[in-house]
Design a protein around this ligand. Structure first.
Ligand code: ZN
Ligand code: ZN
Ligand code: ZN
Ligand code: ZN
Length: 249
């Protein structure tokens, strides 16, 4: 079983964080206005708070207390069954993910192709910035090589020749050079967003019993927020230690 991680984030982190705070407040208001959809809006509010949690590093403990209080309310009033639809237990619950307080640091190199002939710019005769005639319209990753627009927005016809076409280099792929697990990634949102759950991990930690002995094959309910009340910044010491060792070597 493996966890899934976001490896890149496109956008402005501070904008996303303040937008998320705004959306959190809005979801809370909506949860009160529409009691029938309370669970939906409260779970949404946790998703928004997780973005704030990663971005506002100095407010993490306070935000985690708020998140666990909402989680407790959800558990008691709506229940937190764990997703079993792909054969084993997984969670995307923000209150579980916030404890995985590490991220990924990635160095990648972009690969380009020539917009005129769609081959490696080092192998072709075209030069970016120059104008060419008799260029065949082709689509690369759904993008038109004549105007650069997505197929739906462009008026060119595939395989027809066009004149006066500006050559450019198009990003075709990313080569990952190195990656690392770090406690505070430069890109604050490159985190685990989906993790496997080991039933015994939950039940042994909180109740000191094996889940199978206790519940047998009943659907698994996440009772994390009943016993956990906040984030402990000192728990990921292992990663911090590794980083320290690396910086010394
Ligand atoms: Zn939960
Ligand atoms: Zn070319
Ligand atoms: Zn086009
Ligand atoms: Zn917790």
């Amino acid at each position: 079983m493996y966890s899934k991680a976001k490896l890149s984030f496109f956008g402005n982190p501070s904008e996303l964080a303040s937008e998320s705070w705004h959306m959190f407040n809005q979801s809370m208001r909506l949860s009160r206005r529409y009691p029938d959809d309370e669970e939906f809006y409260l779970r949404r509010s946790l998703d928004h708070l997780l973005n704030c949690f990663w971005y506002y590093q100095n407010s993490r403990v306070g935000l985690s207390i708020l998140m666990h209080a909402i989680g407790r309310y959800l558990n008691i009033n709506h229940g937190c069954p764990i997703d079993q639809n792909i054969g084993y237990h997984r969670t995307q619950c923000p209150n579980m993910l916030l404890h995985l307080d590490f991220g990924f640091s990635i160095r990648a190199k972009e690969k380009y192709i020539c917009s005129i002939c769609l081959s490696d710019p080092l192998d072709c005769i075209h030069r970016a910035g120059r104008i060419y005639d008799d260029v065949k319209c082709q689509y690369f990753m759904n993008q038109c090589n004549i105007c650069g627009e997505a197929k739906d927005n462009c008026k060119h016809v595939e395989n027809i020749l066009y004149n006066q076409v500006l050559a450019s280099n198009i990003v075709s792929a990313m080569d990952i050079i190195t990656w690392d697990i770090v406690s505070e990634p430069l890109d604050v949102f490159t985190r685990i967003y989906d993790k496997p759950i080991y039933p015994d991990e939950i039940y042994k930690e909180h109740y000191g019993v094996n889940w199978k002995d206790f519940y047998g094959n009943l659907p698994l309910n996440c009772d994390h927020c009943l016993t956990c009340h906040k984030y402990d910044p000192n728990k990921n010491k292992k990663i911090k230690k590794l980083e320290k060792l690396k910086s010394l070597s």
